[in-house]
Design a binder for this molecule. Structure first.
Ligand code: HEM
Length: 474
């Protein structure tokens, strides 16, 4: 049987050393893997044919760069959702499909699936991992479920209420700074920059109970958080930098590592310092003392958190959650607030209406600080904020990866292993969801959890429109 002999390779049995055999086994394994992958890709492509797709740039690049993270990109999304009102598929290069969902009907099956069926997709979040670790944003499966349950008490009204005073103080510092700058003749301000410092200032107080005074003087920690956010965004724009080993060789990669160390050291030091005060006291005494003296900050809540078996969070878990909240909380709120100001500036008549509403509420009050209960008494302002978040959502999309086939209401099946992008921006600008999506709407659909939301006095915004289908849902 000459075909079965290795002699045609010039390798007699005597030459077939264990190394060569190992090499052959390795090569066969690799070949089998490649063939399996090719088969899976072809099979996936066949199953994905039921999803419409816009024209590709070419077979290799697919739809890469079709939706850049710019204003142009958002215009493209608006066009795409007009053409494909429920969902569409794009190819990131030749072999990675992403199904973009842009309608509540197609988003619902994914968001209502369990975390085991539709976990977050790490392709888009992995850059944050060295910074945020296994905090709520990046953890999956059991760890996520467990921490999510453990952290629920941190969002109890009684914990959140005193934070309003912190927001007032931080905002007053920002306003005082604006007045000073104006009096010095400065008449152009980058609002996002100032508002980011204000949200970071607030978060640092709420999470760590730490006053860095970062709005008035430079703070190394705050500057590092801003650096990290900018580095992550910049990395996302450069495909070559998606490879970890390449990125960490670049100056940006090294800067990122150094910045992570600094941020972790800060968080670690606060945890250590706080741990030293904790063990000597009974938890109830500690809570009482804190409640009397000052606000219970997020680190306190995390240190006191226990599961049913009395197990507490490790220092690493606490650090990951605190760093995650610091990241998630500052950019989103700064972006949301900046767009609210932009939209109010574009519509002075609504700006005036909001101002009147706030003035009326604070008429007999000194100092004129907004309190927790006031938030439900500002229906028109609430409506404007919600509408601004609809038109300019701070997070434009999120992703999930299906670990099993998921069927959509029209019978189309998202195959196991495929990534879905839930387009928040697309859904908010989808004419099949909102009539005239680019116009201002009354975003007054009341949800069960809204207490005295914006529904009360909604007649003033021009379009008395609800999202299509909302009447049945509300
Ligand atoms: C206008 C403000 C905000 C917007 C638009 C926003 C948006 C979002 C979105 C879209 C997600 C889902 C991410 C995903 O599932 O992939 C998310 C998750 C999260 N956000 Fe926010 N966020 C805002 C404010 C905040 C604030 C102030 C904090 C904390 C201080 C925060 C902490 C978190 C955390 C911890 C998660 C992960 C939750 C989990 O997966 O269980 N966010 N946010």
């Amino acid at each position: 049987m000459p075909q079965l002999s290795l002699s045609w390779l010039g390798l007699g049995l005597e030459a077939a050393s264990p190394w060569l055999l190992l090499l052959l086994v390795g090569a066969s394994w690799l070949l089998a893997r490649v063939l399996t992958q090719i088969y899976a890709c072809c099979e996936n492509s066949r199953r994905l044919q039921c999803f419409p797709q816009p024209p590709k740039r070419n077979w290799f690049l697919g739809h890469l760069d079709m939706i850049p993270p710019t204003e142009q990109g958002m215009k493209k999304v608006t066009q795409l959702v007009t053409t494909y009102p429920k969902c569409f598929m794009i190819w990131m290069g030749p072999i990675i499909p992403v199904i973009t969902l842009c309608h509540p009907d197609t988003i619902r099956p994914i968001l209502s699936a369990s975390v085991a069926v539709a976990p977050k997709d790490m392709m888009f979040y992995s850059f944050l991992k060295p910074w945020l670790g296994d905090g709520l944003l990046l953890s999956t499966s059991d760890k996520w479920s467990c921490h999510r349950r453990l952290l629920t008490p941190a969002f109890h009204f009684n914990i959140l209420k005193p934070y309003v005073k912190i927001f007032n103080d931080s905002t007053n510092v920002m306003h005082a700074k604006w007045q000073r700058l104006i009096s010095e003749g400065k008449n152009r301000l980058d609002m996002f920059e100032h508002i980011s410092l204000m949200t970071l200032d607030s978060l640092q107080k709420c999470i760590f109970g730490f006053e860095s005074n970062c709005q008035e003087k430079p703070s190394e920690y705050i500057a590092t958080i801003l650096d990290l956010s900018a580095l992550v965004t910049r990395r996302g724009h450069n495909l070559l930098m998606y490879m970890d080993f390449l990125y960490h060789l670049t100056p940006d990669g090294q800067h990122f590592r150094k910045a992570c160390r600094l941020v972790h050291d800060f968080t670690g030091a606060v945890i250590q310092e706080r741990r030293q005060t904790l063990p000597d006291q009974d938890v109830d005494d500690f809570l009482l003392a804190k409640a009397k003296s000052k606000t219970l900050d997020f680190i306190d809540v995390l240190l006191l958190t226990k599961d049913e078996d009395g197990k507490m969070l490790s220092d690493e878990d606490i650090r990951a959650e605190a760093d995650t909240f610091m990241f998630e909380g500052h950019d989103t709120t700064a972006s949301g607030l900046s767009w609210v100001l932009y939209n109010l500036a574009k519509h002075p008549e609504y700006q005036e209406r909001c101002r009147q509403e706030v003035r009326e509420l604070l008429r007999d009050r000194d100092p004129k600080d907004i309190e927790w209960d006031d938030l439900a008494q500002l229906p028109f302002l609430t409506m404007c904020i919600k509408e601004s978040l609809r038109l300019h959502p701070p997070v434009v999309f999120i992703t999930r990866r299906c670990t099993q086939d998921v069927m959509l209401p029209d019978g189309a099946v998202i195959p196991k292993g495929v990534t879905c992008a839930i387009s928040i921006f697309g859904t908010h600008h989808n004419p099949a969801v909102w009539p005239d999506p680019e116009e201002l709407h009354r975003t007054d659909v009341r949800h069960e959890r809204d207490e005295g939301g914006a529904g009360a006095d909604a007649a003033a915004l021009p379009r008395a429109a609800r999202p299509r289908g909302a009447a049945q849902e509300a």
